[in-house]
Design a binder for this molecule. Structure first.
Ligand code: HSE
Length: 296
């Protein structure tokens, strides 16, 4: 194999109380093509600022080759990204996953998906986006002894996801910097109990249970001040009966519902309560994880 294109789904992390643990793959994709050359590094398809050696697809590509004790030769990387950058939909995880899979495939597929997850988790610091990006569907993960352990959970087929994506970005480092280092026992109990019930509600297709369980005290209450009109939009979504949460570290907001008219109901009112532009993007669960789209 000389050239390979990897397709990686977008992912929404946390799903409310499952901070750094829960994630779900969604039907929006980034494709990354890797071709080895003798001419150094060339990255195309993205803004100039992302074409250097700190590009995440390249850093994970190199990390896999280092693990395999293979020489890093020149490589052409072309990025066709439909996952918006720094919006809380797993754009960074998608690049890390693509780079790791691309390097592994071009070098004899010696590492397992778990091996690639171990490498990329050490780079990202938490597996909640990476696991569903690799495996698809709904996953929950823990890090045990420094290594990620991820399992898949069933999802009711009728869920619709509506992403509300604003025209501003929010770097994850900033969104993590506002979180407290310590929390109370009451808040820990709140999140553990709500998290368990989120997984069951998603399996059963129980919208009322999901709406109630999908609340948390670890991150959303601290992050909402970074997102203009968060509270107004949350209040609007709650009038529809849909479940609501921050997608990953934000700023995208996520509605989960079985109401096929949710977009229409929100579109009438969303513009009137906010001065920012919010794109409404209906998405489905993507059950297929990262995979080869094209290989020569
Ligand atoms: N769990 C992470 C967070 C996801 O909320 O910070 C974003 O990388």
């Amino acid at each position: 194999m000389k050239r390979v294109t990897i397709r990686v789904p977008a992912t929404t992390a946390n799903l409310g109380p499952g901070f750094d643990a829960f994630g779900c793959a969604l039907s929006l994709y980034t494709d990354v093509t890797f071709q080895e050359t003798d001419a150094g590094l060339e990255i195309t398809g993205c803004d100039e600022e992302f074409t250097g050696p700190d590009n995440l697809a390249y850093t994970s590509y190199c990390a896999v080759l280092n693990t395999l004790s293979e020489e890093v030769r020149g490589v052409k990387i072309h990025i066709d990204a439909h996952i918006p950058i720094c919006r809380g939909l797993g754009s960074s995880a998608a690049l890390l996953v693509a780079g790791a899979m691309g390097a592994n495939l071009l070098h004899g597929s010696k590492l397992s998906t778990q091996g690639l997850l171990n490498i990329t988790n050490a780079m990202e610091g938490h597996p909640d986006n990476l696991a569903p990006a690799f495996y698809g569907g709904l996953t929950a993960s823990m890090v045990d002894g420094g290594l990620p352990v991820s399992v898949s959970f069933p999802l009711h087929p009728d869920w619709e996801f509506l992403a509300l994506i604003p025209d501003f970005n929010l770097p994850t480092t900033l969104a993590r910097s506002v979180l407290p280092q310590q929390i109370s026992r009451a808040d820990a109990i709140y999140n553990i109990s709500h998290g368990a019930l989120v997984l069951k509600a998603l399996e059963l297709g129980d919208e009322k249970l999901l709406r109630n369980a999908m609340q948390d005290r670890l991150h959303q209450c601290y992050r909402k001040k970074l997102i203009p009109d968060y509270e107004k939009i949350e209040a609007l979504v709650r009038t529809t009966g849909a479940a609501f949460c921050l997608s990953g570290a934000g700023p995208t907001l996520l509605c989960i519902t079985q109401d096929q008219n949710l977009e229409r109901k929100l579109s009438k009112k969303l513009d009137s309560i906010t001065e920012k532009n919010w794109q409404m993007l209906p998405l489905r669960v993507e059950f297929q994880g990262a995979h080869v789209r094209n290989a020569e």
